[in-house]
Every structure is written in structure tokens, then in C-alpha cells.
Design a protein around this ligand. Structure first.
Ligand code: MN
Length: 219
């Protein structure tokens, strides 16, 4: 049994399946998906359906899911979200606005975890500020940091290992960070990089390139 993390899949469903295959992932293993599941590439619905059906997957929220959910509260976010890949998600779900999504999807997105812990590992989309006195006591400010920040705080005196996505890195740079306190596993699959799986038990890294089936025919 192994526990893995994958981040920033962004609708690359076929790349995701090919990575699970490479991991020899079975129902006995566990998977954390660190947000930015949707947007930019065409297969967000297929990916969400698949994750919903996995009993051994814990999905977390990214800034893209947060943007989509914000459109349900206030329409001023709608055009911004559409312009950063939300349009592809709407097409994938065959709706014109997030409010038309089936309730089961809205509930699923609404219930995504903001962070999770696994032993010393703290997992979230963009990083938890672990130098704060009460890092896990949630406020609106901390939630925003966890989903959006691009310059995460480091130096936790060996107390924690932060595992995040959000900022695309070259896979070689990710490999070099395996012993560090902050491990960013976004291999930039969506930007023709790699989709990366990180094993929390062994700190091994596996990756696959963007699958050709994920690339829209008109690109
Ligand atoms: Mn992100």
C-alpha cells in the first residue's frame, strides 16, 4: 500500500490515467489530488466523474475550483474565470454557467479539502503558512494564502514537509527538491510539461508527458 499525491491535472484526464497506470495504482493505495483539477484542457468532467468514483482518493481545492465556486456567489468573477480555462470546463460539462451544474458536482466542489495532513506532510494547493502560531486555524486570509500564494514560507525546523502544486516547475527541479521542506509537484502538464506523482511514503517521483488524447484537435 502506498500513498501518493498528484497536482494540477487541469482536465488532462488521459494523462492522469496513464500516470495511475505507471504508478501501478490499486484500490489498496491512497491518492491525494492537490487542486486545480479542472480548467484549461478539455476533459474536466471525465476527470471529476472518475475522481468521484474513486473510494481511495481525497481531492483538495485549488484556486481554479475556488474561482468556479465564486461564480455561484457573484457573477463579477465569471468572465475572469472563463478566460483562465473555465470556458473549457463549461464545455466539458455542457453548461453555460456553473449554476447549471448538477447539484452532485456543486456539492463535490464545495466539499473539497483546503489542506490535509499525512504524518509530517502537510498537503495543499499553494501551501500553508506553517510559521504562523496557529497555521491550521482557518481564516479568510489563510484560506486565500493556501489557494493562491506564489511565494510560500519555508524553514519549519524539520517539523513539517509541505507538499504543494500551483506553480509549474521543470521535473528535474522537482527531483532535486525531494529532501527539502517544501516539495512542489506541479510539473506543468498543462503547459506541455509533465504530470507528476509523488509517493509520500518513499519520496519517489513518477511522471508522464501530456497525453496526445488530451490535446484538442483544433490546437
Ligand atoms: Mn493553481
Amino acid at each position: 500500500m502506498k500513498t501518493w499525491a498528484i497536482s494540477d491535472i487541469h482536465g488532462c484526464f488521459h494523462s492522469f490515467l496513464s500516470l495511475l497506470n505507471k504508478m501501478d495504482f490499486t484500490f489498496e493505495d491512497k491518492l491525494f489530488v492537490l487542486g486545480d483539477i479542472i480548467d484549461r484542457w478539455p476533459y474536466s468532467r471525465e476527470l471529476v466523474d472518475y475522481l468521484m468514483s474513486m473510494k481511495n482518493c481525497t481531492p483538495l481545492m485549488g484556486n481554479h475550483e475556488e474561482m468556479m465556486l465564486s461564480c455561484l456567489e457573484n457573477d463579477k468573477y465569471f468572465y475572469l474565470w472563463c478566460s483562465v480555462g473555465g470556458q473549457e470546463t463549461l464545455e466539458s460539462f455542457n453548461v453555460g454557467h456553473p449554476c447549471e451544474l448538477d447539484e452532485k458536482y456543486i456539492n463535490w466542489f464545495g466539499e473539497l479539502h483546503i489542506y490535509v495532513t499525512y504524518g509530517k506532510h502537510v498537503l495543499s494547493h499553494a501551501g500553508v503558512d506553517l510559521n504562523q502560531p496557529y497555521p491550521f486555524k482557518m481564516t479568510d486570509e489563510k484560506r486565500e494564502y493556501i489557494l493562491w500564494n506564489r511565494d510560500v514560507q519555508r524553514d519549519f525546523s524539520g517539523k513539517y514537509i509541505l507538499v504543494i502544486g500551483h506553480t509549474p516547475l521543470d521535473v528535474e527541479l522537482i527531483k532535486d527538491s525531494m529532501e527539502e521542506e517544501v516539495i512542489c509537484i506541479d510539473g506543468g502538464c498543462v503547459f506541455d510539461g509533465q504530470l507528476v506523482a509523488f509517493c509520500l511514503d518513499t519520496h519517489e517521483l513518477l511522471s508522464v508527458p501530456l497525453h496526445e488524447y488530451d490535446i484538442p484537435k483544433n490546437v
